[in-house]
Design a protein around this ligand. Structure first.
Ligand code: ATP
Length: 348
């Protein structure tokens, strides 16, 4: 196992700044997700950690030692690409044991290891198949097995689940979690999908345009987003634009006490209160909360939940999600409550 530290990690391609002084610590044995939109630098970060490319500036430490001068094959890390990159002319067993062959391991040991790994990824008996004879999900498993063959201490996964359908995806999520905990590896994986990041990881780094917007446990990012970008990444949100006066957030005729929930050094900068759709409650009064009336403009039943669009008395529309039991119809005016603890303040 290795602790990984990224210190002011910077990468330029030509004049394009792709990673801009990234700082991050990944503790021993942690599973961390890099989450962000296309092109924000996630794959580049993995390639830098694996040693496939070199940084323009900054440092990468494994267990507090710089690895910048350590070549790819000596870094104890392995990068699994989303498009598998299996050798088409080698069978599955040969693909899995290729790295061992390069390290001079004898054939019998290699084949035994390949068989053991195939059982581990739930593909026993697939040794003699060729990559074109197995499905996308199976290729994904083979490429994981190939990565594990060299007993890496750091496993880097680039969108390992992106090509899989929902059921296979869930199976693979479980498999990765199992492999991660059984093999004592520090694991970093890239994803576009916030739910996947939440399910899989101890911590999430939200990346945007070559920087890390926020890094921490998923629940913390969801509940205490530093900014709109992070808040929006975890689903829908309502933003009420207003200002801070005498320690309160003023929106229309509402005065909302500022709770200790923001990562802003100067509270005067705050110009928005954020409310998640699921934190709005119907037909309820909350003592330490906002209580108001709203009109139901739209109602969409989607199974266990119902999505609403409500309009406030100043005509501002907000979105609300509630469990579908006893939900009111369109046109009703209803009493709404939001606990102050579920209102987040930020500058947008
Ligand atoms: N070898 C390269 N030469 C020039 N530009 C590159 C190179 N590799 C990546 N880039 C650019 O760096 C930026 C970040 O790419 P990267 O692949 O790290 O993004 P990403 O967040 O992984 O995106 P995606 O989710 O689409 O895979 C992109 O604008 C990309 O075009």
């Amino acid at each position: 196992m290795q602790k990984i530290t990224l210190k002011n990690l910077t990468k330029k391609f030509g004049n394009d700044l792709i990673l801009d002084h990234i700082n991050m610590e990944i503790e021993l044995g942690e599973l961390v997700a890099l989450l962000g939109p296309s092109g924000c630098g996630k794959t580049t970060t993995l390639k830098l950690i694996s040693g496939l490319i070199s940084p323009t500036d900054g440092d990468i430490l494994f267990s507090d030692e710089s690895v910048l001068d350590t070549p790819v094959e000596k870094r104890s890390s392995v990068l699994v690409f989303q498009d598998y990159l299996l050798f088409p002319h080698l069978n599955i067993a040969e693909n899995i044991s290729f790295g061992l062959k390069m390290r001079g391991v004898d054939k019998q040991t290699r084949l035994k290891k390949a068989s053991d790994l195939l059982s581990l990824v739930d593909l026993p008996g697939y040794e003699n198949y060729y990559p074109h004879e197995v499905s996308g999900g199976q290729k994904q498993r083979v490429s994981l097995a190939r990565a594990l063959a060299i007993d890496p201490q750091v496993l880097l996964l680039d969108e390992p689940l992106s090509n899989l359908d929902v059921n296979l995806r869930e199976d693979m999520q479980e498999l990765i979690l199992e492999l991660h905990s059984e093999n004592d590896m520090t694991t970093i994986f890239v994803t576009h999908d916030h739910e996947e990041a939440m399910i899989m990881s101890d911590k999430i780094a939200i990346m945007n345009n070559g920087i890390i917007e926020q890094y921490g446990p998923g629940e913390e990012l969801y509940k205490n987003p530093k900014n709109k970008f992070v808040a929006d990444f975890f689903g829908n949100a309502n933003y009420l634009l207003g200002e801070v006066k005498s320690g309160k957030f003023i929106y229309d005729s509402w005065e909302i006490p500022l709770k200790n929930q923001f990562n802003i050094s100067d509270i005067k900068q705050i110009n928005a209160a954020m409310i998640r759709p699921e934190n709005v409650e119907f037909n309820k009064k909350i003592k330490n909360g906002l209580n108001f009336k709203a009109k139901i403009k739209e109602r969409k039943f989607i199974g266990e939940r119902v999505h609403y669009k409500l309009s406030l008395k100043n005509n501002k529309e907000i979105i609300v999600t509630v469990l579908s039991e006893n939900t009111p119809p369109v046109k009703d005016e209803i009493n709404i409550a939001v606990d102050y603890r579920n209102i987040w303040f930020m500058k947008i």
